[in-house]
Design a protein around this ligand. Structure first.
Ligand code: ADP
Ligand code: ZN
Length: 627
């Protein structure tokens, strides 16, 4: 491949400019330096090594932990006219041998390899015959035992690199790295004075929100109404919840599919494809889904349960809006999620105490995100070591009015209730305690004589939601604890006495009550997006997506282009976004190219795509505009 990096960017990938960090990384590699690049999901890491791979002589090897990711990357490269392949366990032995053969023959520019294969003898045939100028380690945090996806086989990478006559340039990429993980990467991969870059973690097109719904499923339905036909992922903590939510949505007539480790391989595959190919718009899944899924048009990621760490959360939420379009990341918080996670962390087979303590710390930071009142984006960014402004204006906390309220009295009432129950030798979960405080007369309460407690009904004037928020806060601050084997019950802690006996004053930031948080965000978002809107041409506003797109485009044309894109995708058996991303289609709607020179200016159109797909798309656009 000839040409400088700008020419390749345009002619191969169809882009006109580099994104933050890309150019520096490419320069460093071309200058022969090792690299450690920490860039958020969707930032465009692939290009950082694919362009040098095209400029360096020989075969670039990319070590990647995920089969689906490799397949996707190879598809994307092939559709841009490049020669690439992968070696992993999804290949039959005949296919495997053929790829090795082709690699030895010098067919490929880039070869993706699963880490488990690195030290296999047949691989040596390639490394001994081909010149390998560059080895790339994707998802490099997998090398760290402190990261969230540790892969033992990643520890073999240094040995693999050490086995070459001439040491290749080594470039490591990851989206999530705290200082500890970064140090692990440097050490375990034996990077030599690498050029290190951490581009901002901020993803401006993502809107962050935390909700505390009474009824999560109802909140989910509410959200799906706003997103209508858009693609999105609903993450649940367990297989059981996945099943329930999936079933519920199916009953409501949504085009929904599911993914978790309990399904047969084949079904998992099919479901994943249904989602990737836009046959199903909503994916309900455990965290087993998504690593390596590059689907670009994911418009929302909902966490039905709170994940175990901010690293996991940001990685999963970050699967939204990879195409740069507006997207929503919403976390449904409930105190139970904290308890369940704590329980799982403490009851793993893991013996290592330090690891357990570490995991509990990670969970604490995540809980802090979910329950805090500060800017959510700010929280995420500062977690990853940045110094963001205190206000982003594009998250639910920035949109919510908080006021500092004295909660001394309600806290005393709640804790006394727990004490009174204790005196009767009883302990209950949150729901029951709230029912008692609110003065419910359920059968269960009457049967156990709990309506004779002095604390029965002493909080009848406060909403369930608010009592719950304060109760959660008391648990978070350790004035109460949640424990239990089968289900969580609330108990007094060492410091409960400070509140009821020492009469310690407590204050808490609470949302102003008349504007429930969960209802507000939608309106605010519209306001915010409205400002960003480009001038709208008369009659072109889409009925389908009233607030989703802040740049207007002709929706009917867009739909036609999508149909054409799908035909190409089906024909070559790749997901639609491999042919063109939604961002490319929208750009076509805006530019309305009617010849190849104009088509070439569309975002994401390089030489090969211009030639391969240009004529058909131009014909469609011409026909459409002449109507
Ligand atoms: P990640 O950093 O998560 O690996 P990718 O490499 O998959 O991100 O890139 C995300 C998306 O951004 C892809 O669709 C890619 O083609 C696109 N992209 C990458 N670099 C650029 C650029 N310079 N201009 C426009 N789009 C880009
Ligand atoms: Zn904010």
């Amino acid at each position: 491949m000839t040409g400088d990096k700008y020419t390749i960017l345009k002619t191969v990938f169809g882009y006109t400019g580099f994104r933050r960090g890309q150019e520096e990384v490419i320069e460093a590699i071309l200058a022969g330096r090792d690299v450690l690049a920490v860039m958020p999901t969707g930032a465009g890491k692939s290009l950082c090594y694919q362009i040098p791979a095209l400029m360096l002589k020989g075969l670039t090897v990319v070590i990647s932990p995920l089969i689906s990711l490799m397949k996707d990357q190879v598809n994307a490269l092939t559709s841009a006219g490049l020669k690439a392949a992968y070696l992993n366990s999804s290949l039959s032995s005949a296919e495997y041998t053929e790829v090795i053969h082709q690699a030895v023959e010098g067919t490929y520019t880039i070869l993706y390899i699963a880490p488990e294969r690195l030290l296999k003898a047949d691989l040596r045939r390639i490394t001994e015959t081909r010149s390998i100028p560059l080895v790339v380690i994707d998802e490099a945090h997998c090398v760290s035992q402190w990261g969230h996806d540790f892969r033992p086989s990643y520890l073999q990478i240094a040995e693999f690199i050490g086995s070459f006559h001439q040491r290749p340039i080594t470039a490591a990429f990851t989206a999530t790295a705290t200082l500890k993980v970064k140090e692990d990467i440097l050490r375990a991969l034996e990077l030599r004075e690498p050029f290190t870059i951490t581009t901002g973690f901020d993803r401006e097109n993502l809107y962050f929100e935390v909700q505390r719904p009474q009824d999560k499923f109802a909140a989910l339905l509410q959200g799906l109404k706003t997103w209508k036909h858009k693609s999105g992922i609903v993450y649940c903590a367990t297989r059981k919840t996945v099943e329930e939510v999936w079933q519920g949505l199916r009953d409501q007539g949504f085009a929904v599919t599911r993914y978790h480790a309990g399904l047969e391989d084949q079904e998992r595959h099919e479901n994943q494809d249904d989602f990737l190919y836009d046959r199903k718009t909503v994916m309900v899944a455990t965290n087993a889904f998504g690593m390596g899924i590059d689907k670009s048009n994911v418009s929302f990621v909902i966490h039905y349960n709170m994940p175990k760490s901010i690293e996991s959360y940001y990685q999963e939420a970050g699967r939204a809006g990879r195409d740069g379009e507006a997207a929503d990341c919403i976390l449904f918080y409930s105190g139970e999620d904290v308890w369940i996670n704590q329980y799982l962390i403490k009851n793993t087979r893991e013996e290592d105490e330090a690891r357990i303590a570490h995991n509990l710390e990670l969970l604490k930071a995540m809980t802090f995100y979910a329950t805090g009142t500060e800017c959510l984006r700010g929280r995420l960014r500062s977690y990853f070591g940045e110094q963001p402004p205190a206000y982003c204006g594009h998250c639910s906390n920035c949109h919510t009015q908080f006021e500092e309220l004295d909660i001394t009295l309600p806290a005393q009432k709640i804790i006394s209730c727990v004490f009174r129950l204790k005196q009767r030798g009883r302990s209950f979960g949150k729901i029951m305690i709230i029912d008692i405080l609110r003065g419910h007369k359920s059968e269960k309460i009457k049967a156990q004589g709990l309506d004779t407690l002095s604390t029965w009904g002493i909080m009848a004037d406060m909403t369930v939601h608010r009592i719950r928020t304060i109760l959660d806060y008391l648990i978070e601050k350790n004035y109460l604890v949640q424990e239990g084997r089968e289900y969580p019950v609330v108990e007094a802690s060492d410091t409960s006495g400070e509140i009821i006996f020492a009469k310690k004053r407590l204050t808490m930031m609470l949302p102003t009550e008349q504007t429930p948080q969960s209802l507000k965000s939608g309106e605010r978002k519209r306001e915010k997006r409205g400002k960003k809107q480009e001038p709208v041409k008369a009659g072109l506003e889409s009925a389908d997506e009233p607030d989703g797109s802040w740049t207007s485009y002709d929706n009917a044309l867009f739909t036609n282009l999508k149909v054409l894109r799908n035909q190409f995708a089906e024909a070559s058996k790749v997901p639609a976004y491999i042919i063109f991303t939604d961002a490319s289609l929208r750009d076509m709607c805006r530019k309305r190219p009617i010849n190849l020179t104009m088509f070439r200016e569309v975002i994401g159109v390089g030489d090969v795509k211009n030639e391969r797909y240009g004529p058909a798309f131009i014909a469609l656009i011409r026909e459409y505009t002449s109507q």
